[in-house]
Design a protein around this ligand. Structure first.
Ligand SMILES: [Zn+2]
Length: 303
């Protein structure tokens, strides 16, 4: 890790600081490619970072849910160390980083929901032309905002059991844009969702991992398209970090990114719920969570 980046990992990740850190990481390791995956509702960039063999890479995606911004810090913290070890030809966790990445590369999208994270960290004023809407919808609690700037929960917006999920949302009294759990007017209605869908159609991902908080849990299944090896892969990941392997229930059981990925490609997709406590997890939790998950993150690339 670059010493210049250390202060970035000690506070919530504002949008300009994320962009700055990504550029620093690329500087420390010229083999890293920094690119734009798409744009948010308010025109903020969803950045991508890639490293290694990209013929069938692995995807790590974070900060889908706004107040779960610690996942963005975790993924950049990991990629920072990973790319530094790659450039220096050293090991991480006693594992040969160069060999791992030459076999299978990694694409990182650390901030899937850049507008939402700004709302959760800096308040409704950061939502520009939608500031009034966010102010009214958040009802003085923008810190626990989960949706994008239009009040759509991006992990309810994917085309996987969308109509079933819509009925469940309605039963829970969610009929319109909300700080959380409103799936949007139709599947893939949001630019952030469409950008992730386009990325997955462009790149042949071997596996995808979506990072959320909290619960210390790993989810691996979505209906009958769940590949037969997914449970075993999940068991390996869970054994590495001591998280529990779970099956989704209730409102979390449709419409999510990993659900759509499994359903569309019949390849393994996972949701990792990092940490334990009340969201937003405090930034002081980053280092202990990282220490616990580092080996698992490397294995997730290798598997
Ligand atoms: Zn989440």
């Amino acid at each position: 890790m670059l010493t210049g980046n250390r202060s970035f990992y000690r506070r919530p990740p504002t949008y300009p600081a994320v962009l700055r850190t990504a550029v620093q990481i690329k500087k420390q390791c010229p083999a890293v490619r920094l690119f734009t995956v798409g744009k948010s509702v308010l025109g903020r960039r969803m950045i991508g970072l890639s490293l290694g063999n990209l013929s069938a890479p692995v995807l790590f995606a974070g900060a889908v849910h706004a107040q779960e911004w610690l996942t963005c810090l975790l993924l950049l913290r990991f990629f920072d160390d990973l790319s530094a070890a790659y450039a220096a030809k050293t090991e991480l966790c006693d594992l040969p980083v160069g060999k791992i990445l030459e076999r299978r590369g990694l694409i990182l999208v650390p901030l899937v929901n850049p507008d939402g994270v700004e709302i959760a960290i800096s308040g409704p004023a950061s939502a520009g032309r939608l500031a009034d809407f966010v102010e009214q919808t958040a009802r003085k609690d923008s810190r626990s905002w989960q949706a994008n700037a239009r009040g759509v929960d991006l992990n309810h917006n994917y085309n996987a059991g969308f109509s079933v999920l819509r009925r469940m949302e309605k039963r829970n009294g969610i009929n319109s844009p909300s700080p959380r759990q409103y799936g949007g007017e139709y599947p893939h209605s949001e630019p952030e969702t469409r950008a992730m869908v386009a990325l997955c159609r462009r790149v042949c991902f071997k596996r995808v991992f979506a990072f959320h908080s909290q619960g210390e849990e790993i989810y691996y299944s979505y209906g009958e398209k769940t590949p037969p090896n997914a449970r075993f892969l999940g068991e390996v990941l869970a054994a590495s970090c001591g998280y529990s392997l779970e099956e989704p229930t209730g409102l979390a059981s449709h419409g999510g990114f990993k659900d759509w990925f499994i359903n569309t490609f019949s390849r393994p997709g996972f949701t990792i719920e990092i940490g334990r406590g009340e969201n937003p997890l405090p930034v002081e939790e980053l280092e202990p969570i990282y220490a616990r998950l580092l080996e698992m993150l490397l294995i997730a690339i290798l598997l």
